[in-house]
Structures are given as C-alpha cells and as structure tokens.
Write a protein that binds this ligand. Structure first.
Ligand SMILES: [Zn+2]
Ligand SMILES: [Zn+2]
Ligand SMILES: [Zn+2]
Length: 359
C-alpha cells in the first residue's frame, strides 16, 4: 500500500452518508484529512467549513504555496472514528452503532471542532451507557469537553457506587494522574451527603407541620360535630365511626379530656396542658371564622392579641405560616371529592356559637 493512498474511503460509496447518485454529483475532493497511521480521508472544503466553524478557520488559513495540497490533520483518534465524524459533517447522521463504538472519540471531536448536534447526541449515548468500568474515563472527558449534563450523571453514578468504582482501573489511573479531579469527586460526594441530610431534615419538618395542620383540622371537627368520644356538650354523640385522621384525632381527644380535668393546668406547669394551650392558640391564629367559631378560647386569643396590640413574635408567625402552607399542600394533594367534603365541613363550622365540650 502506498503512503498517500486513499484508503477504503471512496466517494462513490455511501461513506458520506449520501446515496451513490448524490455522491457522484459532488465535485472532486479538494482537501485531505490525515488520520493516525497516515491514512487519508478525502473531503470537500466547502462542506467541512459549513459544518464546523473550527474547520472553516483551518481551511481559510493562508497556505504557504498556492499550489500545495490542502491537508487537515486529525490525529490521536482511530481512523474509523474520523470517518464517522466526517460522515456526520456531510450528512448530519450517525448510526447508533457508530456512536456506541466511537462515542468517546466522537464527543471529543465534536467538542474540538464545535459540532453541537453531534456533541449532543454523543453525550446522550454515553450517558445512557455508563458503567462502573467506563464512568471515570467518561467523567474526565465530560469535564474536558464541557458537557455539564454528562458530567453530573457521571458524578452521581460515582457517588452512589463509590465502593465499586474505587476498584476500577479508571479510578486508579485517575488517582495517579489527576488528583484535582479526584478531589472534585470527593467534594461532590461530600456535598451530596449534606444535600441528602438537608432534604431529610426538610421532609421531617414538613411532616411535623403536616401533623400540626391535621391536628388543627381534627380540633375543628371535634369542637363542631364531635368525633368518637369527644364533642360539643349540646350535641348527641354521632354514630359515625372514627374520622379519616383518627390517629391524630385520638391523641387530640385524649389531650382535650386531660385539659378539661387536669388540676395543675397550664400555670401549674403541666406540659400536656401547655401543649393543648398552644394548639388552641395556633388554631386561633389560623382560624378565619371570627365570631362564630366553636373552638374553645379562639375568640379570647384573638381578642387578647388585639388588646395587647402586639404582634406575635417572629417564630410564632413562621410556625403559623408553615402550618397553613402544609395544610394547603395536603389539601391540594387530596382527590377533588375529599377537598369538597373538607370545604363543606369548614362551612358547617360557621353555624355554632357555644364553646364547650362533652366529655
Ligand atoms: Zn376525628
Ligand atoms: Zn394538665
Ligand atoms: Zn376558631
């Protein structure tokens, strides 16, 4: 084989992704891409230039001798990967098989020569085919080629499977050659752990506010229509079974019973009474029924707040806001029928005026 021989790439084939007929209409190639192992790919400068601004710059560069042959070296990647790349520049197509086989090289080429469509599709294919074995290599490449989505995907995979990744050749190589990236990965894992902790704490908080908001709902229905063993003294016990939030409701009923009979009361330092007192205050802060509410002390709390003319302290206001928003969130996630029922219960609470308990 001669040195300069044009290898298997033949214009009349569909190597450029054109049909043979279209390919035959192309003028003679006016540029050669030199690949590793000195294999050449003939091509058309106008097509390369229109597909890649970087190649356009290279092609437009003045040559030493007008007559000298135009060549563009693309070295360091396998010949077949260069052929796939050139074919993409002609046809904007790249087979699944090619992307799978030369994904890493095509990503690098598409980045270096600024071919965003190819870069995007390679990023996706590489992201879909990450394994413990290749993830470190792909991560390095993603960082080098400025592919943030792929980078993040790799980071997550490494972080979630660090024990397995640590044993791979890729990781060992990285430790020896790229301590900065190693540090970056360890830092990411640290961050991920604290993110997890943060969101766990938020979830726990949210569930606490939701419990409080449920307690508020239960308090209202206990005081207006009664639920199992506790209800307004002027109403007959209903035959209805426990309500849908009975685990919360039952605890509240026990607390109400205690509150009504406790000798120590709030000022005597009874913690359970104090808790009940706070729940009643919380109710008053979110209650919109004004004068016709049947929950004990609702009006008194409101009046006292007006008389004192002092605003609740910031922490209390924050608590009230969070309970209200937890209630909104939980009612939005209920099916429509349930929401209507809830609405109806709320409306019914407007019609009573006596603040007392049947115990
Ligand atoms: Zn209930
Ligand atoms: Zn008590
Ligand atoms: Zn009220």
């Amino acid at each position: 084989m001669e040195e300069n021989q044009t290898t298997s790439l033949n214009i009349s084939d569909d190597l450029y992704g054109y049909s043979s007929a279209t390919a035959r209409e192309l003028p003679e190639p006016d540029v050669h891409i030199i690949t590793s192992a000195a294999l050449r790919v003939p091509a058309h400068s106008s097509i390369l230039a229109s597909a890649s601004p970087v190649l356009e710059n290279i092609i437009d560069r003045p040559r030493k001798h007008r007559s000298s042959e135009r060549v563009i070296p693309i070295l360091g990647v396998p010949y077949d990967a260069v052929v796939s790349f050139v074919r993409f520049l002609y046809s904007f197509r790249c087979s699944e098989e090619e992307r799978e086989k030369y994904g890493i090289h095509l990503l690098a080429l598409s980045h270096v020569y600024s071919v965003p469509q190819l870069k995007q599709s390679c990023t996706k294919v590489l992201g879909d085919r990450l394994t413990m074995e290749n993830v470190v290599d792909v991560l390095q490449l993603a960082r080098m080629c400025d592919a943030p989505n792929l980078y993040l995907k790799c980071m997550k995979l490494v972080a979630n499977n660090f024990k397995a990744v640590e044993k791979t050749e890729g990781w060992k190589f990285l430790q020896d050659h790229d301590p900065w990236l190693e540090l970056e990965i360890l830092h990411f894992m640290d961050e991920a752990e604290s993110r997890r902790k943060r969101s766990r704490r938020l979830r726990e908080e949210q569930s606490l506010y939701l419990q409080l908001s449920e307690a508020m709902e239960c308090l209202e229905h206990i005081c207006t229509e009664g639920c199992t063993s506790v209800g307004p003294y002027d109403m007959e016990p209903t035959e209805k079974g426990p309500c849908s939030k009975f685990s919360t409701c039952q605890g509240l009923q026990l607390l109400i019973k205690h509150f009504a009979t406790c000798k120590k009361r709030v000022n005597g330092g009874c913690l359970r009474c104090k808790r009940m007192w706070q729940l009643l205050r919380l109710h008053s802060s979110i209650c919109e029924h004004h004068d016709c509410c049947r929950v004990p002390l609702c009006r008194q709390f409101k009046l006292r707040m007006q008389q004192d003319n002092k605003k609740d302290d910031a922490r209390w206001r924050l608590l009230v806001r969070k309970v209200v928003s937890a209630k909104t969130i939980s009612s939005l996630s209920l099916p429509k029928r349930k929401r209507e029922e809830l609405q109806e219960t709320n409306n019914n609470t407007n019609n009573h005026g006596i603040r007392s308990f049947r115990l």
